[in-house]
Design a binder for this molecule. Structure first.
Ligand code: FES
Length: 248
């Protein structure tokens, strides 16, 4: 199929960017979205032009590196799907596709479609860990965890930290990401020693990084490729109120 791509091109963090049009022909419907961009880049390189910079790593929906806003939607039109798992069979011959980077104050553009997501790293450094020794797998299994808590922790742990929640949020909030980590660790017995310092530290790092506040629009959860639910934000707010009261 033949497509028109309108892609955000920005040579570095300081430069002004703009949408640039490219026509690409012979796109296989079996190609993934990133493979389609690979073909475009091969053509650009062959023509002596600068290839389009974009993030990727695993290309199987687990690392969270891929991060494109496609036709205004983080990770594109298919629900519960990362950009790398989106396939060109979603499109028709003659389509025009707009491709942009994550748009958020806390995620500045580095080049073209690549943004700096190190603000997420700083949130994790502020509390996204446990200090309890968990031993080897049989030791960990010896710690009884209620099934409902284990299931909820596993669901929250599915967050791959891609940042689609931030890109989708009109406030540029990182609450869904942060709340998934707080829920994942706070539901487990091993996560209890830091439960309160964790939430205080992570919220402070979140605000320091320039992410906005949550106003319950729900766009974050709708855009999340791992379908993290808004309930984790309720849990974070509850933990934060308790931790703040204890610290007062
Ligand atoms: S490249 Fe790893 S999730 Fe898409």
């Amino acid at each position: 199929m033949k497509l028109r791509l309108r892609i955000w091109r920005q040579s570095d963090a300081e430069s002004k960017g703009k949408m640039v049009s490219y026509v690409i022909d012979g796109v296989s419907e079996d190609a993934s979205f990133l493979e389609m961009l690979d073909v475009l880049n091969e053509e650009l390189i062959a023509d002596g032009e600068d290839p389009v910079a974009f993030d990727h790593d695993c290309r199987e929906g687990i690392c969270g590196a891929c991060s494109l806003v496609i036709d205004g939607q983080p990770h594109g039109p298919q629900a519960a799907t990362t950009t790398c798992q989106l396939h060109m069979r979603q499109y028709s011959d003659g389509d025009t596709i707009d491709i942009e980077p994550w748009r958020a104050g806390a995620f500045p553009v580095v080049k073209d479609l690549v943004v700096d997501r190190s603000a997420f790293d700083r949130i994790i450094q502020a509390g996204g860990y446990i200090s309890a020794p968990t031993g080897t797998a049989p030791d960990a299994h010896a710690v009884p965890v209620p099934k409902a808590d284990a299931d909820a922790a596993f669901s929250a742990a599915a967050c791959i930290g891609c940042g689609a929640c931030v890109a989708a949020c009109p406030n540029g909030s990182g609450m869904l990401f942060m709340a998934a980590k707080v829920a994942h660790l706070g539901l487990m017995p091993q996560g209890q020693p830091e439960r309160h310092t964790r939430v205080l530290g992570m919220v402070a790092a979140h605000d320091e990084a320039g992410f906005g506040g949550c106003t319950n629009t729900g766009e974050c959860s709708a855009a999340c490729p791992k379908e993290i639910g808004l309930d984790v934000i309720g849990r974070l707010n509850k933990d934060f109120r308790k931790a703040a009261a204890r610290a007062a």
